[in-house]
Design a protein around this ligand. Structure first.
Ligand code: FEO
Length: 162
């Protein structure tokens, strides 16, 4: 059985993951509005990944005899200054989520909850990848600056994401 403290923290993380999904879904709309459909596609894939992150914790909580408690999802931004600012926001958000995962590990350690520590290892690895992906796209956007041709090249590349 999971401790009440761990249960509450995991429920909070389900909400954080849903917010991540909501943020990227919102951002996908922003890029679609600008006809940058490759960026939009990439963010829709990311939106689905975030939903899967939420679901994984949700299922784990149930498996451990915990109670799922869904909360209201905060409203995300719906516009950004430019693509570079948008991906700067993605990177910052992923760093924030990494911090949240680290906090969960600390709680699990304090609760001596080895099963949760093991489950969270997947998220630790995933966050390394999430930050790296956002960092790479942001670096490319910084490289191309205001050049439309460069932006369209990145858009084409991001449109290939499976
Ligand atoms: Fe669920 Fe993008 O971390």
């Amino acid at each position: 059985m999971i401790s009440p403290k761990m249960e509450e923290a995991l429920n909070n993380q389900i909400n954080e993951e849903f917010y991540s999904a909501y943020l990227y879904f919102s951002m996908a709309g922003y890029f679609a509005e600008k006809n940058l459909l490759g960026f939009s596609h990439w963010l829709i894939v990311q939106y689905h990944e975030e939903l899967a992150h939420a679901e994984k914790i949700y299922k784990y909580l149930i498996e451990r005899g915990g109670k799922v408690k869904l909360m209201a999802i905060k409203q995300p931004d719906s516009s950004w200054e430019n693509p570079k600012e948008a991906f700067g926001a993605v990177l910052n958000h992923e760093k924030y989520i990494t911090g949240k995962i680290n906090e969960l590990v600390e709680i699990a350690e304090a609760e001596k909850d080895r099963a949760t520590i093991a489950m969270l290892q997947w998220y630790i690895n995933e966050q390394v990848e999430e930050e790296a992906k956002a960092q790479e796209i942001l670096a490319k956007l910084e490289m191309v600056g205001d050049h439309a041709a460069g932006l369209l090249m990145i858009d084409r590349e991001l449109g290939q994401r499976k």
